[in-house]
Design a protein. Structure first.
Length: 366
């Protein structure tokens, strides 16, 4: 890709950060887009990025590495930027230039792999979809999550949810998720998640302090409550683990769908902010596997697909559901903040900001 495409990827990320009430990250992305020079190995690798920078989440790779330095108290000048003390673009650029050279080895390691934004709050958005599934197909569900990262959303059966006053999940849960609810709460419905399993091509082990720190580095500094929530979820994994496999999403899903399915249990594929990162061939195989399994589905052994994925028209996440038998196509049950800070039932009400995303970031799951 060209240097211009890389800079544009940071501008797109700045736009979304600003829209999601993350001004510190927006300023960082703007400074990189407009003022990053080619001085130093890190800067050159960023500007000479060989892949598609938006699909590869290049801005979040780099800023995750920067945040790790702040969390480890390794760079006081950078910490001032992350605290919102340093705001002037030229001053931010000067701090970044020094940081990129001073901490090149650590930052290059962050560029080597995709971000692992395993946000537990997204489980609340997925739960909105599962409530719709339970209402249509019955209360008993088994979930299969692709792109599960460290498996924090595999705790969906152990979290308590407060969705505008509608309560779901165990009353004695160690963590309750309470997104801002913008609209009528969902009507209560019986729901029993009998099993949760997941995979990731490069899973993180939340029980490892170093990998837990990596998860923390991808939490945006403007939302300290997210960091607290993540640490609570990590503690839950350490207390009792999750069924998380290292595997390609398509390989793993094909194998899971081929396994016997219990009568009276809906098998549900879940994912959140994952689809844009799947290679095209893997995405095609996931579609094909779900279509084939859907054709086999019966009222006794139903199938569902629940996702929280970006919608480029509204610059929001959409919670969409598809279910078999009696396929009705995709139905949108909510829109949400990218980290599920808020959830609004129904499709987006406005037309969105009109920003144009690269094709790689706009591929549709269905």
């Amino acid at each position: 890709m060209s240097e211009a495409a890389v800079r544009e990827a940071f501008r797109i990320q700045a736009f979304y950060c600003a829209r999601m009430d993350a001004p510190i990250y927006a300023r960082l992305c703007e400074a990189i887009a407009d003022r990053l020079t080619r001085k130093g190995e890190v800067a050159r690798r960023v500007l000479d990025w060989s892949g598609e920078p938006t699909r590869d989440a290049l801005p979040l790779r780099l800023i995750g590495g920067l945040h790790a330095l702040v969390l480890d108290r390794a760079d006081d000048a950078l910490a001032a930027v992350f605290a919102g003390v340093v705001k002037e673009p030229d001053a931010i650029a000067a701090v970044l230039a020094a940081t990129l050279e001073r901490h090149a080895a650590r930052l290059l390691a962050y560029l080597d792999g995709p971000p692992q934004t395993n946000e537990p709050g997204r489980a609340a958005a997925l739960m909105v979809g599962l409530i719709a599934v339970a209402r249509r197909l019955g209360p008993r569900l088994e979930t299969l999550e692709i792109g599960a990262s460290a498996g924090l959303n595999l705790l969906i059966d152990r979290y308590r949810f407060d969705l505008g006053g509608t309560l779901v999940g165990p009353a004695d849960a160690a963590l309750t998720l309470r997104p801002e609810w913008r609209g009528e709460p969902p009507a209560p419905v019986a729901l029993d998640i009998v099993a949760t399993r997941g995979c990731d091509v490069a899973p993180l082990d939340a029980r490892d302090p170093a990998q837990a720190r990596r998860l923390e580095s991808y939490v945006w500094p403007e939302a300290p409550e997210r960091l607290e929530r993540l640490r609570a979820a990590v503690a839950m994994v350490r207390e009792r683990g999750v069924a998380l496999d290292r595997a390609d999403a398509a390989d793993w899903l094909e194998e899971r769908l081929a396994e016997p399915q219990a009568a009276g249990v809906t098998r549900a594929l879940l994912h959140s902010v994952v689809w844009q990162y799947l290679p095209g061939e893997s995405a095609d195989r996931v579609r094909a596997a779900m279509a084939a399994a859907g054709a086999r589905a019966t009222s006794e052994r139903p199938l569902a697909w629940v996702m929280m994925e970006p919608d480029r028209a509204s610059a929001r996440q959409l919670v969409r559901v598809r279910a078999w038998p009696d396929d009705r196509g995709w139905e949108t049950f909510a829109s949400a903040h990218a980290h599920a800070a808020w959830i609004a039932p129904g499709p987006p009400a406005d037309e969105g900001p009109g920003i144009t995303l690269p094709d790689a970031a706009a591929s549709e799951p269905g």
